[in-house]
Design a protein around this ligand. Structure first.
Ligand SMILES: [Zn+2]
Length: 440
């Protein structure tokens, strides 16, 4: 029902895609009563020449700019980028719109399919930059149903409190990141850049129950919505946010042990300890790509440059940091309060690169394997050298999986299995924050 009220509101208010109510200017002393954001805009893919949507039952095709109805579509709807807009084709019908189109199903639950995945809500296909962007416009609680099982898994009843904690963390993260990707035309990505969201494939009854048990609950600290970061496995100690990312410190994102020494809440994780090995020329091939990317990443932001300090010392005048050459040495210069690498010195033919915090995971991206970046920034470096003294093998031995900031998901599952409530789990991982019923 609320879906339809939302749709009507959108039609009446603006004709624009998602609308989010802001916080009231004078929150009540008893309850902050933040209004639920009616709809989120989740970016599924961008820069496509063509997008094909399957409509299981009937849906309305609307013009993006004013939501005026174009026609009813069903079956396969093909959308193609053209020089001047978006062309669409459905059966024998076809047409064109300069900015974009909305596909609004008459039955909003699981009626639209993209990439073999059913999605709730509606789709917006927008011409943006050099291609088409596909956006899922979806209610927050429906969105969470497609996030929680993919973010923390389906542990069954024993993990119920962790599922509830994950629901509150994901809901809070979503509210804190509204309009975060406005430059791209949506709120959040549907992957690890924000939260993994796979529509309504793989729904889980217990995850659904955890979401409804905590409906409308979010975390606050000092009156502000918490930036509720979380990661897979902290490895025994969580991170100070400002020591691993170029971000300000937060009182609730501080380093602390994840349980008693030697028996951490996440100690059963398969990522508790790991090893990554670069053989032969693999490290040089990796650094050839990742060191210039690191320099570009830093130089794209004054804040990052300030955070990193002096990040390149040339081997000789005129040495170019964008052409690293071969590796000479890698050493850890300093560590954060949690033991993660704070500054890593990578010396190549071009000079010395100082790689900071969590960015070490991008620079030392494993040469192969499932994960595109190093599992964590908590590692030791072991070098062996060839007859000429060049490194011929680099071994990284580390702990944990993820940035270590905020909630440790494996730790939350461990606490849940020990009978800890979701409120206590959240207080442990976001110390000093409060859990509030922001809306019903
Ligand atoms: Zn942990």
């Amino acid at each position: 029902m609320r879906y339809w009220i939302s749709i009507l509101l959108i039609i009446v208010l603006s004709g624009c895609a998602a609308r989010h109510r802001g916080e009231p200017s004078k929150p009540s002393a008893v309850n902050y009563s933040l209004a639920a954001p009616e709809l989120l805009r989740i970016g599924l893919v961008q820069n496509r020449m063509k997008v094909v949507i399957e409509v299981k039952q009937d849906a309305l095709l609307l013009a993006m700019n004013n939501r005026s109805q174009i026609c009813t579509v069903s079956g396969s709807v093909e959308l193609n980028l053209t020089d001047s807009g978006v062309a669409w084709k459905s059966g024998s019908d076809s047409g064109f719109n300069a900015t974009g189109l909305i596909i609004m199903p008459l039955n909003p639950v699981g009626n639209l399919i993209w990439d073999e995945t059913p999605y709730p809500g509606e789709f917006l296909i927008q011409k943006r930059g050099q291609g088409l962007t596909l956006i899922n416009i979806v209610e927050l609680e429906q969105y969470l149903r497609g996030v929680v099982p993919w973010e923390i898994g389906r542990p069954g009843l024993i993990g119920m409190a962790a599922l509830e904690a994950q629901s509150v963390a994901a809901r809070t993260y979503s509210i804190a990141n509204l309009k975060n990707r406005e430059v791209l035309g949506f709120d959040m990505w549907a992957d690890v850049r924000d939260q993994v969201y796979r529509g309504h494939s793989g729904l889980d009854q217990l995850c659904d129950k955890a979401i409804s048990n905590t409906a409308g609950m979010i975390l606050r600290s000092g009156g502000q919505i918490v930036e509720a970061y979380y990661c897979s496995t902290c490895g025994g100690k969580t991170s100070n946010i400002n020591q691993v990312w170029a971000k300000e410190s937060k009182p609730y994102l501080v380093s602390h042990p994840d349980g008693p020494a030697g028996n951490y809440h996440c100690s059963a994780s398969k990522y508790s300890k790991w090893e990554t090995v670069f053989n032969g020329g693999e490290i040089d091939q990796t650094l050839l790509i990742t060191l210039p990317e690191y320099i570009e990443w830093l130089e794209a932001s004054e804040l990052r440059k300030k955070w990193a300090g002096k990040y390149f010392i040339p081997a000789s005048p005129g040495s170019d940091p964008m052409t690293p050459g071969r590796l000479k040495n890698i050493s850890i210069q300093s560590r954060t309060a949690s033991g993660r690498v704070a500054k890593l010195a990578v010396v190549t033919d071009a000079g010395k690169y100082i790689v900071c915090g969590d960015r070490t995971r991008w620079v030392l991206a494993p040469p192969s394997g499932r994960f595109s970046i190093l599992k964590s920034a908590w590692f030791d470096v072991h070098l062996s050298r060839d007859a000429e003294g060049r490194p011929d093998q680099v071994t990284l031995k580390g702990r944990g999986f993820g940035h270590g900031i905020g909630m440790c998901q494996t730790g939350a599952l461990g606490m849940a299995a020990n009978g800890t409530s979701y409120k206590k789990i959240l207080k442990h991982y976001y110390p000093g924050s409060s859990i509030e019923q922001a809306w019903k």
